[in-house]
Every structure is written in structure tokens, then in C-alpha cells.
Ligand binder design. Structure first.
Ligand code: AHG
Ligand code: MN
Ligand code: MN
Ligand code: MN
Length: 338
């Protein structure tokens, strides 16, 4: 088009990571290498997901995982891809995955200083319909002098060094944040094979009338949760009720909430008193992204999600996260305040 120019000022994730490393004088390059391994796992998972229907990778693997989910073939393959990426990076000391009962220790990676938690495919019930799914990760640094123990990963989200996710939608979107830093979003350019910085310094809108929850569980919700969601369906004077949006892949629901605002919830309920989503590789990394983008994330007791310390690697929690004002309103309503 006349007057329009091709953008030649492109910041790839590779360049972004290198520039970040240069900014931190004490950096050894280990974290950058770990991120390159993550980046490769996202690219390969995206590739297999996109070809699944063509190469007989849809459907069940015939096994189930520790948290009771039936595993899809792609849950298993993505888990294997992720493990291998972490192993070959030489920088990962231990890994917790949704699809592995126990912690995997990479004892051959002698100088590895990081502990990683991952959900290789989030939203795998959506896979066979070609609906968006994602991969979630959280990175902790080992304690000083530690060679890697379970205490290095059973930590609150507030101590995460970095966290994020990739959503495999119409395009693959990678979102990453570091402790106390901003949130940056990258889009995979399939032609270049590179993630390109397309959403620098993401901030969620302070409010938006959208709620995202599996309302089919409302029979089991506590009354205060029921009352809150019912209140969103009332029209204020001259206004409209909230819109409902629920994909059923947390990564996709969270990504939309990050961009558009609103609230996403998976509350603990009478059927699942501890909630459904898992702390280490679902709740905590997402909570860090939301807080760093100016939002909030709470558990079902209305405590800050990032302060929750899991006892076991697959522990679950209720979660409410989204726009700052909306989560504030929820907190007040549920604890009987304003
Ligand atoms: P996963 O596919 O990693 O097991 O996670 C499933 C989670 C999450 O993606 C989603 O928000 C939620 O389960 C959907 O659960 P419901 O089908 O109960 O709504
Ligand atoms: Mn699962
Ligand atoms: Mn998940
Ligand atoms: Mn999963």
C-alpha cells in the first residue's frame, strides 16, 4: 500500500533476551540459555499441535496423570518435548510437570541453577476441536549452594524469577515476565521461525464487563461466589449486564482477559474444595503475569495467589484473576466489605 512501509525495526525474542542479559551486569547467560530452550519447546509444540489432525495425533494416549486427568497423545508428546528441551539446556536442575508424578532431577546438569514448573498443554480437552491451548511455565532459582531439591520448587509465586505462557491460537503468542518487571508479548512469525515483540509492556484495563468461569459448576459454588456472579448479570441504571466468555483453556481465557480486561475464575467449590487448577504450573505463573500487568490474582480465601505456598508439587487452588478494579470489587463483596 502506498505510503506504508514494511516494519524493519523488529525485536525478536532472541534479541530481547540478549539485550536483557547485557542490561544485567551480573548475568552469566545461563538464564538466557534456559529461555532459548523454552522458546524452542514452544515452537515445536506449536508445530505438532498444528499438524495433529493430519498425522494421527488427536485423541487419548490411554493413560492418566497424577491429578486424575486422562492424557491426550499431545499431552504426552508435549511433555516429552519440554523435558528434553530442559535436559539439553544443561541449565535446568529440576522440573515439575503436570504430566509427571514426581519431580525430574537432571543430575547430569551439574551447574544448573534453575527449577522449572510446567503445564505442557493447558486446555487439552480442547485439542481435538482445534481450539486454542497453551503451555505455562514458572522458573525459580535454586537456593544458594543447593544442587536442586524439592524445596527449590515448593515456593510461593512471589519468589518466581520468571513466568509466562505461550498460547497456540490463530497465531502462537508468548507472554513472559520477570519478578518485579513488565510483561511482554511476542507473536510467532512462522515464516521467520521467530517470536517477534508485538505487545511490549502489556497492561490490563482496570475494568471491563466480561466474566469467564465454568458456570456449569455453579450448583457446587459457595453462596458468596454464586451471589457475586449473579450480581454481574444485573443491569445497572442505563447500563448492560456483563458478557460471559469461557473457552475452557485457562491460557486462552487468561490471554483474552489480559488484553481486554474482565475477570477469570476457577473457584474452589463443594465438589472440589481445593479447586481444580494447580498452583505450581497454572495458578502461580498466571498470577505473576497478571500482577505485573497491573491486575490482581486471589485464591478462594481471597488471599494473594502469589503468597500461597504449596505443600506438594501437584497441589491445587481456587483462583480469581483479572482487572485490578474487578478483583478488588470481588474481594470486597466476598469478604462482606463494601
Ligand atoms: P489441563 O488441560 O492442563 O489439564 O488444564 C485444564 C484446566 C484449564 O485449562 C481450564 O481452565 C480448566 O481446566 C477447564 O476446566 P473445566 O473443563 O472444568 O471448565
Ligand atoms: Mn490435564
Ligand atoms: Mn492446565
Ligand atoms: Mn495440561
Amino acid at each position: 500500500v502506498e505510503g506504508e512501509k514494511v516494519n524493519t525495526h523488529i525485536v525478536t525474542l532472541t534479541r530481547f533476551l540478549t539485550e536483557e542479559q547485557v542490561k544485567h551486569k551480573e548475568a552469566t547467560g545461563d538464564f538466557t540459555l534456559l529461555c532459548h530452550a523454552l522458546q524452542f519447546s514452544f515452537k515445536s509444540i506449536a508445530y505438532y499441535i498444528r499438524r495433529a489432525t493430519l498425522v494421527n495425533l488427536t485423541g487419548l494416549a490411554g493413560s492418566s496423570n497424577t491429578t486424575g486427568d486422562e492424557q491426550k497423545k499431545l499431552d504426552v508428546i508435549s511433555n516429552d518435548l519440554f523435558i528434553e528441551a530442559m535436559r539439553s539446556s544443561g541449565r535446568c536442575a529440576l522440573l515439575v510437570s503436570e504430566e509427571e508424578e514426581d519431580i525430574i532431577f537432571f543430575r547430569d546438569s551439574e551447574n544448573a541453577r534453575y527449577a522449572v514448573a510446567c503445564d505442557p498443554i493447558d486446555g487439552s480437552s480442547n485439542l481435538d476441536a482445534g481450539v486454542s491451548v497453551g503451555t505455562i511455565f514458572g522458573i525459580h532459582k535454586l537456593a544458594e549452594g543447593s544442587k536442586g531439591t524439592k524445596e527449590d520448587i515448593l515456593k510461593p509465586g512471589s519468589e518466581l524469577l520468571a513466568a509466562g505462557f505461550t498460547m497456540y491460537g490463530a497465531s502462537a503468542q508468548l507472554v513472559i515476565t520477570m519478578r518485579g518487571g513488565s510483561v511482554n508479548g511476542f507473536t510467532l512469525d512462522n515464516g521467520l521461525g521467530e517470536f517477534i515483540l508485538t505487545h511490549p509492556d502489556m497492561r490490563l484495563p482496570a475494568k471491563r464487563s466480561i466474566y469467564s468461569v465454568n458456570e456449569g459448576n455453579s450448583l457446587y459454588w459457595e453462596d458468596n461466589v454464586k451471589n457475586y456472579f449473579n450480581s454481574l448479570k444485573e443491569a445497572p441504571e442505563g447500563g448492560k449486564p456483563y458478557s460471559a466468555r469461557y473457552i475452557g483453556s485457562m491460557v486462552a481465557d487468561a490471554y483474552r482477559t489480559l488484553l481486554y480486561g474482565g475477570i477469570f475464575a476457577y473457584p474452589a467449590d463443594k465438589k472440589s474444595p481445593k479447586g481444580k487448577l494447580r498452583i505450581l504450573y497454572e495458578c502461580a505463573p498466571m498470577a505473576m503475569v497478571f500482577e505485573n500487568a497491573g491486575g490482581q490474582a486471589l485464591n478462594s480465601k481471597m488471599e494473594r495467589m502469589l503468597e500461597v505456598v504449596p505443600e506438594h508439587i501437584h497441589d491445587k487452588s481456587g483462583i480469581f484473576m483479572g482487572s485490578y478494579d474487578e478483583v478488588e470489587k470481588l474481594g470486597n463483596q466476598i469478604t462482606g466489605g463494601a
